[in-house]
Design a protein around this ligand. Structure first.
Ligand SMILES: [Mg+2]
Length: 156
């Protein structure tokens, strides 16, 4: 789900907004998330499974919910190319979120440190990045999962 107003996605939520389903298109994504880390590390593919790049999404640690997991996106991201070079993404969104008081100023340094930590995980091939995930493919026997009842309702 993502915040929208009048059918347009809001990069930074601003009242009033509605939540609407967001799809990621036809390109496969392999996502690694942890309950104690402030980021998820995604491997992005092209629709034909050629690997594109790593993508570090800075976010609050995953939280279990009755229907799965929630995480709050923290605006700043890192793009890590397959050759190991990397760059920040959406620094302007982080600055705007802090300026609007949606995120505390102290998050700026923390998020940068976490982003750099995530880049080191990939570069230094720390598990689970000690194998080549670019050749990973899902088992074709796996069923397409369906969303559980209540997935679109916020917890009380
Ligand atoms: Mg993000």
């Amino acid at each position: 789900m993502a915040p929208v107003r009048e059918g347009s996605a809001l990069r930074i939520p601003e009242l009033p907004f509605e939540l609407a389903p967001r799809t990621s298109g036809d390109a496969p994504i392999l996502s690694f998330g942890w309950p104690d880390r402030w980021f998820a590390t995604l491997l992005l593919f092209n629709p034909d499974w050629r690997p594109r790049n790593w993508y570090v999404n800075l976010q609050e640690p995953l939280r279990r919910t009755p229907v799965g997991f929630d995480a709050l996106d923290l605006k700043l991201d890192v793009i890590v190319d397959l050759d190991g070079s990397w760059r920040w993404k959406d620094e302007d969104e982080l600055a705007e979120a802090i300026a609007r008081g949606l995120l505390p100023e102290r998050d700026r340094a923390r998020l940068r440190a976490e982003g750099e930590r995530a880049v080191r995980h990939i570069a230094e091939r720390e598990p689970p990045f000690d194998r080549d995930w670019t050749t990973w493919r899902p088992d074709p026997a796996w069923p397409v999962p369906s969303l559980p009842e209540g997935w679109d309702r916020l917890p009380d």
